[in-house]
Design a binder for this molecule. Structure first.
Ligand code: FAD
Length: 494
């Protein structure tokens, strides 16, 4: 990258918002990866027009661009090389307008999810989107990954919260689709092109969000069950009997429950229910402010009914925000699992009816391949989404011995074994999904990590249409090149 290019960037965004590779390396790679970030340059445009000017310049100079929001993405969609220009949305975090009557909010794509949630709460409404990374992830990242999270059951995924957006194409063209209407069938709904396309078709700079009625009355419970059929029965009963207030239904298989309630560690919570049961579910209902007594009664009666029917073996209802937070900690705390090296992490979806058998088979497969392999499973069961972590123990030992000896040979063996084992684990997790009509990515996207498995969830016709869209909107293949799909797949490249 030549000096005149950098100079032109500085003219667009200001000197202090163009970070050279040295300053880039002072930043962390990722939310939980402390390694230095790599890129040729990082640019922080202040608004849509500066973003458009930067992209025009990149287009003229064939400069590769990777967009960064909060960098919490889990599929390497935000991964960079030293050839890339990082376009960071961190200055575009303004909450522009809030309309309590139309129930909409217009925000910059760099706005942090938690700040947007708070702004909605401040006017007595709420955003129907919540996820564990709320304090760091951005609305632009949420929309471009079509994030799911904890309230999908009730409000749908990020896509369902978006009424309009503004995006900049690879050549700097601004597509302003700042619709704020619930209904607008005037031709193609172009915003959908950018939702879930992980920054490969354009950079989202502004978003019009749909807001919902606030539901400050919250009931949270943890229940334990003996078998998977009971979990399904609980979901069915609560869905029916809680008058549409069921907000979250998270299932946790025993190993993950035990991990986060381990009494021998200081970074766990004490188990609200005995760890002897095979399955647990966190159920949460949320309703309007004036419904406290009625909601409490309905929630308690629904759980009592399930206890009487012996569908639930044990249950605890949170009596305070702290108790509720302790229950959620069991589901959201992943740090202990991350201590396993390596840990192969998955986000898949499949029909609820197939889940029990799928998990059993997976358990069988990984234990056969790696003696004493740990398998942690939990997920947003109601939307068919499971999160899976495969932790083979032997590699931990191997890595430690390689690190201790610190020889090149050991390191390269360790790397190649890690790769091989990841592929093996991927095969066990992904290959049954096609026949079950499931997906290799429920909510995290494809990025780089799942690219080779995309064909298990999308047909050749669908993948070719994706390529056509990419080539049409980004003919030079500059935006997030190589993420989701390759433009010249191996078979057709020369
Ligand atoms: C603790 C934790 C919990 C999580 N829980 C969930 C969960 O429940 N559900 C879920 O779906 N995900 C979850 N995630 C994953 C992640 O938080 C989401 O994918 C989130 O939407 C990413 O937002 P971000 O701003 O961090 O985006 P980044 O990580 O910065 O980017 C993600 C992708 O979007 C692109 N991108 C970012 N901003 C823009 C933009 N403005 N325009 C175009 N492209 C852009 C990037 O190039 C990249 O491809 C979790 C992650 C963590 C660390």
């Amino acid at each position: 990258m030549n000096d005149s290019f950098l100079e032109a960037l500085r003219k667009i965004v200001g000197i202090e918002h163009v970070l050279d590779s040295h300053r880039v390396s002072e930043r962390a790679t990722h939310f939980w990866d402390a390694r230095p970030l790599v890129a040729h340059v990082l640019v922080r445009p202040a608004n849509t027009s500066e973003t458009a000017e930067v992209l025009k310049l990149c287009h003229a100079n064939n400069q590769l661009v990777v967009t960064h929001g909060g960098v919490t993405g889990l599929v390497d969609g935000n991964l960079t090389t030293d050839q890339d220009l990082i376009l960071s949305l961190e200055r575009q975090k303004q909450i522009e307008t809030v309309d309590p009557v139309g129930r909409t909010m217009t925000v910059g794509a760099g706005a942090i999810l938690q700040d947007v949630q708070q702004a909605a709460t401040d006017i007595g409404l709420q955003l129907g989107l919540d996820l564990g990374a709320r304090g760091s992830c951005t609305i632009g990242g949420n929309v471009s990954t079509n994030a799911g999270g904890l309230s999908v059951l009730r409000y749908g995924m990020a896509r369902e919260q978006v009424l309009g957006l503004e995006a900049v194409l690879a050549d700097g063209t601004i597509v302003s689709s700042m619709n704020s209407m619930m209904k607008n069938n005037a031709g193609y709904d172009l915003k959908q092109l950018f939702i879930g396309s992980e920054g490969t078709l354009g950079i989202i700079t502004r978003v019009v969000l749909r807001l919902r009625a606030a539901t400050p009355v919250v009931q949270t419970a943890l229940v334990a069950c003996r078998q998977f059929d009971d979990v399904v029965a609980i979901l069915g009963h609560l869905d029916k009997s809680l008058n549409g207030t069921l907000d979250a239904f998270e299932v946790i298989w025993q190993p993950f429950y035990k991990l986060n309630t381990d009494p021998t560690r200081s970074d766990t919570v004490s188990a609200p229910l005995s760890p002897e049961y095979p399955l647990y579910a966190i159920v949460e209902a949320k309703s309007a402010a004036d419904t406290q007594n009625q909601s409490d009664t309905t929630f308690t009666s629904a759980l009592e009914h399930l206890l009487e029917k012996d569908v639930i073996v044990d249950a605890v209802i949170a009596q305070s925000k702290t108790e509720a937070a302790n229950i959620w900690y069991i589901r959201e705390h992943i740090d202990i699992a991350l201590e396993h090296h390596p840990l192969f992490v998955y986000d898949i979806s499949l029909p609820i009816a197939s889940m029990e058998q799928y998990v059993k088979q997976l358990q069988h497969d990984v234990e056969l391949y790696w003696h004493n392999c740990k398998l942690f499973v939990y997920g947003h069961l109601a939307d068919g989404n499971l999160h899976i972590m495969v932790a083979p123990p032997e590699l931990t030992e191997h890595k430690m011995s390689a690190d201790a000896n610190n020889t090149d040979q050991n390191t390269s063996e360790s790397v190649s074994r890690h790769k091989h084992w990841r592929e093996q684990s991927n095969t066990y997790v992904y290959s049954p999904l096609q026949a079950l009509g499931g997906s290799v990515s429920a909510e995290h996207g494809i990025g780089l990590q799942k690219k080779q498995y995309l064909a298990l969830s999308r047909s050749p016709v669908e993948i070719n249409l994706m390529r056509t869209l990419k080539q049409t909107l980004d003919p030079k293949n500059l935006l997030n090149r190589g993420k989701i799909i390759d433009i010249n797949p191996p078979s057709s490249s020369n």
